[in-house]
Ligand binder design. Structure first.
Ligand code: PMT
Length: 215
């Protein structure tokens, strides 16, 4: 099936790592499985895929840009203004250490005080650039997904895929996910637990319908 032939699809995956010193970083639990599944599904369906990732990429027909920090991911994402679809499945740190120590912090010096500063909001930058791409954000929530509708409207995305990362079989590191898909008008559709690949294909079906004006 090559129903996405001619599409350029940008996907982010994995969790950013924000250095504290040459050895340690602030990170999160994203394995990259959700983003990888979307990149693979889109490539299998004929799209030209660029995957911007912090983790080992899948073996797939597409180009890969490996990054580590939110800054690097922002630069890579914002440099690609000619996409039809942008899917931000990566878990991006909201804060990073304001200063990175050049040498490894020593236990002998006692616990350090680490001042944090905000990272760039990559998704907001994509929305601001208004390139005509259909923009999909993900939202990692813990418990209720109520905040996700407000987040979708706030972020100005076309689709927000919310997952409860505390629910069984859902969220970080799992091969399955249970997501609620929220559209720009605030309407939402809860999807049952399914494999991340099935979530990916169902999301691409939705985008196909939206971009052909039938949804
Ligand atoms: O990788 P897996 O182990 O398979 O797990 C999948 C997942 C749980 C990581 C994925 O399904 C998911 O929920 N990804 C988004 C995680 C997240 O960062 O959620 P958020 O609610 O903090 O951010 C909302 C959106 O803004 C996301 O699209 C995020 O990529 C984006 N963002 C966040 C912060 C920031 N500084 N810049 C951003 O662009």
């Amino acid at each position: 099936m090559a129903d996405l032939a001619g599409w350029r699809v940008l996907v982010t995956a994995g969790g950013t790592r924000e250095p504290i010193d040459p050895v340690r970083y602030i990170g999160n639990r994203s394995s990259g499985k959700m983003g990888n599944a979307i990149a693979e599904a889109a490539a299998d369906r004929g799209a030209a895929v660029t995957l911007i990732t912090t983790v080992t990429p899948p073996d797939f027909e597409g180009s890969v840009i490996e990054v580590e920090t939110a800054d690097q991911m922002a630069e890579a994402v914002w440099s690609m203004n000619d996409q039809d679809v942008v899917v931000m499945a990566a878990a991006v740190a909201d804060f990073r250490p304001a200063a990175v120590h050049e040498a490894k912090l020593s236990r002998r010096d006692g616990p350090p005080v680490i001042e944090l500063e905000p990272t760039p909001d990559i998704l907001a930058g994509v929305v601001e650039r208004a390139t005509g791409a259909t923009i999909v954000g993900f939202a990692a929530e813990t418990g209720s997904l109520d905040r996700a509708v407000a987040k979708a409207l706030d972020k100005g995305v076309d689709v927000l895929v919310a997952n409860d990362v505390l629910a069984e079989g859902s969220g970080f590191g799992t091969t399955t996910n249970a997501v609620t898909v929220i559209l720009a008008d605030g309407s939402s559709q809860p999807w049952p637990l399914m494999s991340k690949r099935e979530v990916a294909d169902r999301l691409l079906d939705l985008l196909l319908a939206m971009r052909s004006g039938s949804d």
